[in-house]
Design a protein around this ligand. Structure first.
Ligand code: SAM
Length: 272
């Protein structure tokens, strides 16, 4: 089945589920990712006093930023099907002293336990590309948004990924070949605007942001290493070719010539 290799579909069933906690936190600490988050939450119009739901909240990186924005009178709930992620999110949030302003719960985005129209803002960041039936999640996100409230989603689109590498053919085989077999919907980003229009939301807007890395950040290094390993596993490259490809990436970085970009597409709309 497509997406079987994607660990984010079922974190708790992975051999080392905690490694994904570290991976997400590593990603979140990258300055370019912090900027993406800030701009997405501004685009979603998250503001003081609101009730915000984040679906697929992982370790709570986005939810923590949202909690800062809603202030002491607001409330943010993060929902994620992974117990490991949810416990990690609670542990990371505890010392921040946010109290009941930020709550993390275990739950499936397609079966939210909340009353219809409960939230001012409902968001999901880099979640829909990881799930088989993301329409069901969008439907339930819309259900729990109040009339006049905003539903906003953001996903990478792996068709927009660029990496300057001397072996372009192998780079395409590794990068495009792996995501096509790994994620349920690697090109989700470009679909978001149209999907919100089709859902019947009003004033639908598109916002495209770019993750760029010119220093081979630990997060990007881990991602490219995993892509190379999966390319070998999927028979897209030999172990030798994948190792040489990764060594060339590291040489570029050592020479200060590493350049990697990936577009993040966000769409928002108002519930009628
Ligand atoms: C790449 S992580 C993103 C986490 C967080 N939004 C962030 O940006 O750091 C994807 C998350 O989606 C969650 N997820 C997977 N299937 C889901 C579902 N059916 N409903 C809600 N979340 C889901 C995973 O457990 C994982 O935590």
């Amino acid at each position: 089945m497509k997406g079987k290799l994607d660990p984010y579909r079922a974190i708790d069933r992975q051999r080392q589920p905690h490694s994904y906690v570290e991976h997400l936190e590593k990603r979140g600490r990258t300055p370019a990712q912090a900027r993406l988050r800030r701009r997405f939450l501004r685009f979603a119009k998250v503001a003081r006093g609101q009730r915000v739901l984040e679906v697929g909240s992982g370790t709570g990186i986005v939810a923590r930023d949202a909690a800062a924005l809603v202030g002491p009178r607001g409330r943010v709930i993060g929902v994620d099907p992974s117990r490991v992620m949810t416990e990690a999110a609670r542990g990371i949030a505890r010392p921040l002293g946010l109290g009941s302003r930020l709550v993390h719960e275990v739950g499936d985005g397609a079966r939210l336990r909340f009353a219809t129209g409960r939230f001012d803002r409902v968001v999901a960041v880099t979640v829909l590309l990881h799930v088989q039936d993301s329409d069901a999640i969008l439907d339930d996100m819309l259900r729990v948004t109040r009339p006049g409230g905003i539903l906003a989603v953001q996903d990478q689109d792996f068709g927009s990924l660029t990496l300057d590498h001397p072996d372009r053919a192998l780079t395409a085989r590794i990068m495009d070949g792996v995501v096509a077999r790994m994620y349920p919907d690697p090109w989700s980003g470009r679909t978001l605007f149209g999907r919100l229009v089709r859902l019947g939301l009003g004033r639908v807007r598109l916002f495209v942001d770019v993750f760029q890395d010119t220093t081979l950040e630990p997060y990007t290094h881990a991602m490219l290493t995993r892509r190379a390993q999966n390319a070998v596993r999927l028979g897209l490259a030999s172990a030798g070719a994948a190792a040489r490809w990764m060594a060339a990436v590291e040489r570029l970085a050592a020479a200060g010539q590493f350049a990697f970009t990936l577009n993040y597409y966000a769409a928002r709309g108002v519930k009628p």
